[in-house]
Design a protein around this ligand. Structure first.
Ligand SMILES: NC(=O)c1ccc[n+]([C@@H]2O[C@H](COP(=O)([O-])OP(=O)(O)OC[C@H]3O[C@@H](n4cnc5c(N)ncnc54)[C@H](O)[C@@H]3O)[C@@H](O)[C@H]2O)c1
Ligand SMILES: [Zn+2]
Length: 360
């Protein structure tokens, strides 16, 4: 077991990682001085796999618990699910000393976090992330949100958890496709911040794909540490935190263009990272050899790596200028400087199409 600390002054919190530690959640929370009643939020398949283990551990540590299940899937990351949580909290007379626990992937984490941020103007929040994406990304940084029918994450708040407990064993029941999608964010951390970590991923990708315990622990802990370091410098994303969006501009465009049905988020990010690296190579910021290494690693992780033939680059890019992050018709891109560094650069849609069409 190891601990990664997210240092945010009085909002600092530890991320405890290890195999099988879900069954110790109760004692870990007690040791952190968390008291009061506990609401466990999950969805049916995850609760079926891990719910008893968590509840029994909490009850053995003396916690009074209630469980709320919300339907599975991104479509339920909405205000209706939020309503289910608020209803249960009111029904069980939860007060300000209470804590909500998110047991599941990023969807459960985001809804639960927003409920915790808003119920009684804010109660405690603990995350037990069970997908690779939630472990390496959503569990660090305190962004919480639900979707609106007109856009993803439109209703949200910053609310840091008091504790995150990552049980690496939960990855063994995760569908392969979800696991690979999470790996895209892991690769991203190497590209933007840590060349040595990128080399580790090149050397250990086979071990990671068979969920070798040591390799996975190192990859998850290092990813959390890198994201924590970035968030510590810019908690509210005024500037530097945006480097975490590497690969996400084209990734988001691909997700939106295909109606959020064809690509998982991490898969779209995988394609977007290669496009962003190609753009970087075109600007002379990274070498052709580095671009090839990025592409090779993405492909070895069982991730899609190119824009499908049936999608025209022009169509994809056209939607991006309308993105809320565009400014005077230009889009802010995160480029990589070699492997391990980043730089921001603004491009018009025409420039992106020209650059990418020439390079690939
Ligand atoms: N708050 C943040 O900083 C942040 C960061 C990244 C992503 N997100 C959000 O996270 C969401 C995506 O999260 P996700 O990729 O974890 O998807 P998800 O929460 O939808 O989980 C993916 C699927 O895996 C299932 N599942 C979860 N854990 C399992 C396990 N251990 N075994 C078997 N099945 C399991 C879930 O029921 C679901 O069907 C998006 O809504 C995104 O906006 C938030
Ligand atoms: Zn992402």
């Amino acid at each position: 077991m190891q601990t990664v600390t997210v240092n945010l002054g009085e909002r600092s919190y530890p991320i405890e990682l290890g195999e099988g530690i879900l069954s110790r959640v109760g004692e870990i929370m007690k040791a952190r001085g968390i008291n009061g009643r506990v609401g466990i939020v999950s969805n049916p398949p995850v609760a079926e796999l891990y719910g008893d283990r968590v509840r029994e551990s909490l009850e053995a540590a003396g916690y009074d618990t209630a469980t709320v299940l919300i339907p599975e899937g991104e479509a339920h990351k909405n205000t209706a699910s939020l309503g289910l949580i608020y209803d249960a909290l009111v029904e069980h007379r939860f007060d300000r000393s209470a804590t909500l626990i998110a047991l599941g992937g990023g969807v459960i984490g985001d809804v639960t976090g927003f409920a915790a941020a808003t119920f009684l103007r804010g109660i405690g929040y603990v995350q037990l992330p069970t997908t690779l994406l939630a472990q390496v990304d959503a569990s660090v940084g305190g962004k919480t949100a639900v979707n609106h029918e007109h856009g993803k994450n439109l209703i949200g708040a910053f609310h840091q958890p008091r504790l995150v407990v990552i049980d690496l064993d939960t990855l063994r029941t995760l569908p392969r496709r979800e696991y690979a999608a999470g790996m895209a964010e892991v690769i991203k951390y190497g590209i933007i911040e840590d060349a040595a970590f990128f080399v580790f991923l090149e050397q250990e990708m086979d071990a990671l794909l068979r969920i070798d315990a040591n390799a996975v622990e190192h990859a998850v802990a290092t990813s959390c540490r890198i994201k924590a370091r970035v968030v510590e410098q810019d908690e509210r994303e005024t500037d530097r935190r945006a480097i975490l969006n590497f690969g996400h501009t084209i990734g988001h465009a691909l997700e939106a263009f295909t109606g959020y049905e064809r690509f998982l988020h991490g898969e779209a990010v995988a394609v977007g990272m290669i496009q962003a690296a190609a753009l970087s190579a075109g600007q002379g910021l990274c070498s052709a050899a580095e671009l090839r290494r990025i592409e090779a690693l993405v492909r070895r992780a069982d991730l899609p790596w190119r824009i499908p033939d049936d999608i025209a680059l022009e169509d994809l890019i056209a939607g991006m200028a309308l993105d809320k992050k565009s400014h005077a018709g230009k889009i802010k891109f995160v480029l990589c400087e070699g492997i391990g560094g980043t730089r921001f650069q603004w491009f018009s849609p025409e420039e992106i199409v020209r650059e990418l069409a020439s390079g690939l």
